[in-house]
Design a protein around this ligand. Structure first.
Ligand code: 1CP
Length: 348
């Protein structure tokens, strides 16, 4: 298989590739002047996500600048609820805003029959990225597709946007468990369909972002984080046995090992708060680890960034590993610090 030579795919198939492959969560974004230039051409963020040529261009920008081992499709986790018929706007300085979903009728109205048409621009963006990667000879760069995991997507849908504690969502999960489970089930099904489309047109790996997984108590973590993730992994593995799934249950803490064993993801993303040595102990060596440099260490740069990076590399050497951040890169990051980080990691 020619793809086998790509370092990311080798690491995700269980090989201790060294120096480790690297890419950064949110590697396309406001910290790059070339992103800001494209963003300034359009009125709103959703136009970027629904214009294949622009989404493809933004996906390629960080690859051209830094030569990462993975390109991640430029899109957003909230494109899925939008494609199921929920309104969505991104407000400058606020973030995503949706109409809060609170009733069974609204869950029933989520319309998977419109999914295929709504995600056609995403499909086209994937095709264009694959063509550009080949045309520009980025032979070692693999393409990652993604979705939000059902719980995190449900958080934004129920709450109607971002929140510190997602209190309305978590109250619904206690008061109306049948309603909340129904929403999670719908999203699980839609996520499988959405990721299958991305794989059909060329993504080589998929990642499930469960940014808010860690706000749940253990029993609900099992029901709303582990169970849907296990179902998505099983369905995709059945159809696409060679496409690895990376799970990122942010702030899962001591449940990280259980998450890996239960969901059977090929790789687990460690968040910033996870000690790599602890993750090594609880996640089996057959599961690839990814992470977990603090995004603020990249803002700081210099000796602090080097020390933190060396610490992670030292612990992970000899096991299947993908270097990344512990959460998304932040807008105030100097791009030169990212270039320096790439040099440090590539020196092993
Ligand atoms: O390079 C890439 O990774 C680009 C693709 C990408 C991804 C994987 C974007 C573009 N968003 C995401 C995932 C995403 N979106 C997550 C999961 C990962 C994470 O925790 O960071 C989440 C929670 C969102 C929701 C979202 N979209 C937020 C957070 C809202 C909140 O306060 O809780 C925001 C601000 C967005 C907008 C957005 N999405 C992507 C970008 C570059 C932006 C910023 C828009 C801009 O500033 O121009």
């Amino acid at each position: 298989m020619p793809g086998e030579a790509k370092p990311l795919l080798r690491a995700l198939r269980g090989e201790a590739v060294w120096p480790p492959p690297l890419w950064l969560m949110r590697q396309a974004g406001r910290y790059l002047p070339e992103y800001r230039a494209v963003r300034a051409q359009v009125a709103d963020f959703m136009t970027l996500c629904t214009s294949p040529a622009l989404a493809a261009e933004l996906t390629l920008q960080p690859i051209r600048r830094f030569g990462f081992d993975a390109a991640i499709l430029f899109s957003d986790i909230l494109v899925l609820p939008w494609a199921l018929g929920r309104e969505l706007t991104f407000r400058e300085g606020v973030g995503p805003v949706l109409p809060p979903l609170r009733t069974g009728a609204e869950v029933m109205a989520l319309d998977s029959t419109r999914l295929a048409d709504a995600i056609a621009p995403v499909e086209q963006a994937v095709r264009e990225v694959r063509l550009s990667l080949a045309r520009e000879a980025f032979d070692r760069t693999a393409l990652i597709g993604f979705a939000g995991a059902p719980f995190t997507v449900a958080c934004y849908m129920v709450e109607g946007g971002g929140s510190r504690d997602f209190a309305a969502t978590r109250t619904m999960a206690y008061r109306e468990p049948a309603l909340f489970s129904g929403l999670i089930d719908r999203l699980t099904e839609a996520t499988i369909a959405y990721l299958a489309v991305q794989i059909d047109v060329g993504v080589e790996v998929v990642m499930l972002f469960d940014t808010w997984a860690g706000i749940l108590p253990p029993a609900q973590f099992r029901s709303y984080v582990e169970r849907p993730t296990r179902e998505i992994v099983a369905a995709l593995r059945n159809r696409y046995p060679d496409v690895p799934v990376i799970g990122f249950p942010r702030l899962a803490g001591v449940l990280l090992g259980e998450y890996a064993a239960d969901t059977k993801v090929q790789a687990v993303g460690m968040d910033t708060a996870t000690a790599p040595a602890e993750a090594m102990k609880c996640v089996p060596a057959t599961v690839t680890l990814q992470g977990n440099l603090d995004p603020l260490a990249v803002v700081a740069g210099g000796a602090a960034m080097r020390a933190e990076t060396d610490g992670i590399l030292h612990v992970m050497r000899g096991r299947p590993f993908v270097f990344n951040l512990g959460h998304g890169i932040v807008p105030q990051t100097p791009p030169e610090h990212v270039a320096e980080l790439v040099r440090i990691v590539r020196a092993g």
